[in-house]
Design a protein around this ligand. Structure first.
Ligand code: 1CP
Length: 352
């Protein structure tokens, strides 16, 4: 991969390794997306998964937020649901509603319906988008690849979309624990292969999104969600030991100690988690990422700046990647995202 432009801004990678940085690096989950008018304009012409599957367009959308804000990392424009698609399930993006699976997994017998994907071929468009984006970035920011975590993907594959209680997928855990484990292991294998292929194609860090971890009891998380999460990082690290792996298990405060004991280098925190308490639990075992409540971006700029200062003080200058505690919302004002990013840089420069 030596033909990529040299990385001129390595603050994100240094913070992920808990090395000293001149300022705290920052990026935003869902930084590419509907709150940007230039994204909405592009989306007006193409269906969501068409944009995802067209490397030129995915590269363009990935770069859009970097043209507006001095972000320290770019995240490739894609979706966690490309893995269920590669496993043979149909996924549609319904306007105003979100993802919809017309034929979700109804029971363990449906596992036979799943395909055995060739990740580098079936999801080759993601790898192509990463390679293009890495060149287009010209080393201005690090490039992050990602995938969904096995539990979160299993939940979508069974519920057929978002859900308030996720009772169908949780029913699997308690009624069909063996089939659940076999599905989770199968997804984990695809996730690991996919992340390794993304790194080969140019990703400089990878993040695993376990967005629905918080629906599980600590016991269920330990029994079902954690083993495949661990397996993914172990497999990626065996091939690419130098590439930072980030885990974002939303709502799983109770799992911080176990996650710090895994091969993940960085643990993402949602806004319900106290950074000082997280630091006390995790110690020097991992860097932390997060965790401003995305709704603070609805406040006046001075409030955003004060909250950023509070966040930076709570995390401290070492081993912190600033981010939101979850993704940008479609009705966020891009000007307020700019205030967030600039405040992180300004305050951390002053205090470090
Ligand atoms: O119509 C549109 O334009 C669809 C909106 C949209 C966008 C912009 C979806 C549908 N996905 C995305 C992009 C996306 N999704 C990215 C791009 C990179 C970036 O961060 O800028 C990423 C990382 C994701 C990951 C993703 N998709 C997650 C994990 C992160 C999280 O927010 O918890 C999840 C749960 C999804 C599923 C999904 N895809 C889209 C929606 C609206 C949802 C969530 C639906 C639900 O709440 O169940």
């Amino acid at each position: 991969m030596s033909d990529f432009p040299p990385l001129k801004n390595d603050t994100f990678l240094r913070a992920a390794r808990r090395e000293p940085v001149p300022y705290t690096p920052v990026w935003m989950m869902r930084q590419a997306g509907r709150y940007l008018p230039e994204y909405r304009a592009l989306r007006a012409m193409d269906a969501f998964f068409e944009v995802v599957r067209t490397p030129e367009l995915a590269t363009e959308v990935t770069l859009q937020p970097l043209r507006r804000f001095p972000l320290d990392a770019a995240i490739i424009f894609s979706d966690i649901l490309v893995i269920p698609q590669a496993l043979g399930l149909r996924v549609e993006m319904v306007k105003g509603k979100g993802p919809h699976f017309p034929e979700p997994l109804a029971g363990p017998a449906d596992l036979a319906r799943l395909a055995d994907p060739d990740v580098r071929r079936d999801l080759g468009y993601v790898m192509e988008a990463l390679t293009r984006t890495r060149h287009a970035l010209e080393g201005r920011a690090a490039l992050i690849g990602f995938c969904g975590a096995p539990w979160t993907l299993m939940a979508y594959m069974i519920e057929g979309g978002g859900s308030k209680t996720f009772s169908a997928s949780k029913t699997w855990l308690y009624r069909h624990p063996e089939a659940s484990r076999s599905l989770l292991d199968r997804i984990a294998e695809v996730c690991a292969e996919f992340l390794i292929a993304q790194i080969d194609a140019g990703a400089q860090a990878v993040q695993v999104f376990d967005s629905w971890a918080g629906l599980l009891s600590p016991e269920a998380f330990a029994a079902f969600a954690l083993p495949p999460l661990r397996a993914i990082a172990d497999r990626v690290k065996a091939v690419h030991p130098e590439v930072p792996c980030i885990v974002f298990a939303r709502g799983a405060f109770y799992a911080l100690d176990a996650l710090a004991d895994s091969a993940y280098d960085v643990i993402g925190l949602d806004w319900t988690m106290d950074p000082r308490e997280a630091r006390r639990i995790v110690g020097t075992r991992a860097a932390l990422q997060g965790n401003l409540d995305p709704c603070i971006l609805y406040a006046e700029p001075d409030v955003i700046r004060a909250e950023v200062r509070r966040m930076l003080e709570a995390f401290g200058p070492v081993g912190h990647i600033a981010n939101l505690g979850h993704g940008m919302h479609p009705d966020h004002d891009p000007a307020h995202a700019a205030v967030f990013v600039e405040a992180v840089h300004a305050f951390s420069r002053r205090t470090s």
